[in-house]
Design a protein around this ligand. Structure first.
Ligand code: M6R
Length: 608
């Protein structure tokens, strides 16, 4: 994850910016940079690699400005080199950016037609040029940023510094967090309170869609409709700096809201958005063309990610997938194909049953590919190849962002396998990659349904049992929804393939039974619609999660409807995970449960 820092100070700020960036090192990065104004003139220094390289550059060519912005970059668009490192600049401004600008390709083409030239392969540079074009047309920096922000699609945080404006910084947030730190005649911007810790304990987080105009003595917050708004300032305690929950009450909430950012980072590790191709970060020690089938093993939420991936591998690569929970797999003495592939999925990389399954497969001559979040873990170390998830530390016991990052990684792998085996054309690969690139923005949209979800969760918190239904890749998501609700609210919940309804669970349906139906617009929506009618006919209370208006199309009147944005059905299980997680979170909250530390559960299950 990239890190952003901005300082409106009283004396030279470059050293303080680098110190603050160091506090964001935990987010991971591969290049860094700083820009400041001296006598109103913009200068920047950038370096590939770690902050010590930037410090070397700064010691050779110091920056003395008392206002500046800095950045640690986790490469998304373009290689991690100095050219692509932030800040990006024109003669009018410098900008740093975290996240992905989804529509950067069309904006870049528009700017090239206007004669703008680019120095980097990044999506960030288009923001610098768009704002510059507005300023050249006579707008002030604030007006220019205000004009450009609505044109950007995706999930991102930005910080701007302007030539000649020695008392102005602008920050904007749509997705990744951004905080303002209030000093004494000084003002700060940072990706989180941790970065701002040494400067101030008075912190205001930007709300989703907000942007902020900072001077040394003032800050004005505006919402996405450009209305001036008030945002509360919090006093952040020193201990909170160590385990920062941002402006969220719980880690689980923070982690749900982080998903546009971390899924974006995970996707950028595997996709090249310019070519529209999957580009794996490491060479695989096997060839997908040589495989007859894949074995996947995992536990809990990671197992459900594997179940969704089964659909993708079978559809895109025509590779049969044998999948089992690790506690069963390790004892069932499964016959494994010679030189076959086992994919192991685990957030912690320490889960005992998953590790034992890995060892069994290794002893039986399998190639081991692991999808893990903790790259120093035992599972990562004992694998032949690791395709990491870039979720960052997950503190909540209920897995949320690790799950969607696992899905992002597995989706990229399935597309890669499909191409390698000749079952996907270049055009199909590009369509799927483009669909994946829309996920962070769509997740951000999904997060906006939180208020509606909160309202419905109040009702749900009174239920004794809840049923989740889905078809295709949304069947495993139904299982995941039920697990999430069970583990943090302790309400009994079951996930079912919607087509299985009439083979048993329909007997449970009555006016007391909420039935959550996950039904994006896809080729089998009509089948799910019939299942909903079966539930409605028995007075079951339907909670419909699907594209706006589709419950009506299906001829049912749900008790509640979570209207999702339109999307390629391929990415639906990744995006629809967001409302599923929010339902569990808010229901548990209404019931007064400890969502981050549910009873009887541990984050990492290192025993059988
Ligand atoms: O660390 P792992 O991904 O291997 O953990 C697997 C499960 O223990 C984990 O997903 C568990 O089911 C979570 N509590 C689900 O929210």
């Amino acid at each position: 994850m990239c890190g952003i820092v901005g300082i409106l100070g009283k004396q030279a700020v470059a050293t303080d910016i680098v110190d603050a960036l160091r506090r964001l090192e935990y987010r991971g990065y591969d290049s860094a940079g700083v820009a400041t104004l001296e006598d109103g003139k913009l200068s920047r220094r950038r370096a590939e690699g770690k902050l010590k390289n930037l410090e070397t550059v700064l010691s050779q060519r110091p920056l003395n400005g008392a206002i500046g912005i800095g950045h640690t970059r986790w490469a998304t668009h373009g290689r991690p080199n100095e050219e692509n490192a932030h800040p990006h600049a024109t003669d009018k401004l410098a900008v740093v950016h975290n996240g992905i600008i989804e529509n950067f390709r069309e904006l870049r083409e528009e700017l090239i037609e206007k004669g703008r030239r680019f120095e980097s392969q990044t999506d960030t540079e288009i923001v610098a040029h768009l704002v510059t074009v507005e300023m050249e047309a006579g707008k002030s920096p604030v007006e220019a940023v205000g004009a450009v922000l609505p044109r950007l699609r995706g999930a991102f945080a930005l910080a701007f510094l302007f030539t000649g404006e020695t008392d102005l910084l602008i920050g904007a947030r749509r997705g990744p967090p951004l905080a303002v730190g209030h000093g004494d005649g000084e003002m700060y911007l940072g990706s989180d309170a941790l970065a701002l810790g040494p400067f101030t304990s008075r912190v205001t987080y930007l709300d989703e869609g907000d942007w902020a105009i900072l001077t040394r003595h003032s800050v004005e917050f505006r919402d996405e409709k450009n209305r001036v708004v008030h945002r509360p300032t919090q006093i952040v305690t020193p201990s909170a700096f160590l385990v920062d929950k941002g402006n969220h009450r719980h880690f689980m909430a923070k982690e749900i809201h982080e998903q546009p950012e971390v899924v974006g980072h995970t996707l950028s590790t595997y996709l090249d958005p310019i070519s529209g191709r999957v580009a794996l970060p490491s060479t695989l020690p096997f060839d997908f063309r040589d495989l007859d089938r894949i074995t996947i093993t995992a536990c809990g939420t990671a197992y459900y990610a594997g179940l969704i991936a089964k659909y993708w591998f079978e559809q895109f690569a025509r590779l049969p997938v044998d999948i089992d929970v690790a506690s069963e797999f390790r004892y069932r003495e499964a016959p494994l194909p010679a030189k076959g592939l086992m994919i192991v999925v685990s957030q912690s990389g320490e889960t005992a049953d998953t590790l034992a399954s890995l060892r069994y497969a290794r002893q039986n001559g399998q190639h081991i590919l692991s999808v893990v979040n903790v790259q120093t873990s035992t599972i990562a170390r004992e694998s032949h190849v690791v395709t990491p998830t870039i979720a960052g530390p997950e503190m909540g016991v209920a897995s949320t962002k690790a799950f969607t990052c696992q899905l992002a990684t597995l989706a990229a792998l399935a597309i890669y396998a499909g191409r390698a085996r000749g079952h996907l054309s270049e055009t199909e690969e590009r369509r799927l990659v483009d669909a994946l690139m829309t996920v962070p923005g769509l997740m951000n949209e999904a997060l906006k349904r939180e208020h509606a979800i909160e309202t419905l969760s109040r009702e749900l918190s009174k239920a004794r049992d809840v049923l989740y239904l889905g078809r295709g890749t949304n069947f495993p998501l139904a299982l995941e929804g039920a697990l999430k609700l069970k583990e943090i609210s302790y309400i009994h919940a079951e996930g079912y393939a919607a087509g299985e309804l009439k083979h048993g669970p329909i007997a449970l349906i009555d006016e007391d039974m909420p039935v959550i139906v996950i039904a994006p617009r896809d080729g089998i929506f009509e089948k799910t619609a019939s299942n909903m009618q079966e539930v409605a006919a028995r007075a079951g209370r339907i909670i419909f999660i699907g594209e706006g208006g589709m419950a009506g199309e299906a001829g049912v009147h749900p008790m509640a409807e979570i209207a999702m944005p339109a999307m390629d059905p391929f990415v639906a299980p990744i995006v629809y995970a967001v409302p599923i997680q929010l339902i569990a979170y808010h229901t548990a909250l209404f019931m007064g449960k400890d969502v981050d530390q549910p009873r009887n559960l541990a984050k990492s299950v290192t025993v059988e």
